[in-house]
Design a protein around this ligand. Sequence first.
Ligand code: ADP
Ligand code: ADP
Ligand code: ZN
Length: 214
Amino acid sequence: MNIILLGPPGAGKGTQARILMERKGMVQLSTGDMLRAAVAAGSEVGRKARAVMEAGQLVSDEIVIGVVSERLDAPDVRQGVIFDGFPRTVAQAEALDALLADKGMSLDAVVSMEVDDEALVDRVSGRFTCAGCGEGYHDTHKRPAVEGVCDKCGGTEFKRRADDNAETVRERLNAYHAETAPLIDFYRAQGKLRTVDGMAEIDEVTAQIGAALA
Ligand code: ADP
Ligand code: ADP
Ligand code: ZN
């Protein structure tokens, strides 16, 4: 099964993708993670993407589609893919349809995670992750069980993203409403759209996604 988790920054896409990965053996394909890795590695893609990401704007369709196309050639995607943060424009969605057809794959469902804009600023501003395993946490909504120790790997180092500040989040939300929200109608027209309440507790959202995919 191949699915898209669709929603604004902070909606909980990464959180739910990791749970689906653990429980269903699917592969998470996060273009944000891939672009951050490219920036860290100083590759050509990273050099082009860096300033755009820091400003909270969208990296060009051409670059992002290239990165995804390459990733879909790896054999592990046959276990099923969770697209997280991709597609983000109608042009990316059309390119994804073509890429999947080309590789003999198809899209089963698109889960739209609905969250109020006011909650998103708090979600993103309070977000941090384990430097060792990437597990996601939040200052108030999801703290490690033991203060300063990762629940998953026992690591004690955590990091925050440079673009997770209130000002950049507002820019990212603008980009979401202008460029990404039209995908809701795009996938509704394909009959693939499912909607979950992203304002619910993490476990409840997981249950709603499970029901939407059943
Ligand atoms: P996205 O990948 O959509 O940008 P994340 O999964 O990183 O979002 O979640 C953003 C922040 O909100 C993280 O700190 C995460 O721990 C927290 N979070 C995720 N889902 C929920 C939820 N249902 N309720 C409260 N906080 C959540
Ligand atoms: P979030 O889920 O919190 O919005 P991501 O990690 O998905 O964050 O994305 C971080 C940044 O990476 C975006 O603000 C954007 O600059 C860039 N990016 C990620 N995915 C895409 C994409 N599909 N198209 C264009 N830019 C992207
Ligand atoms: Zn960890």
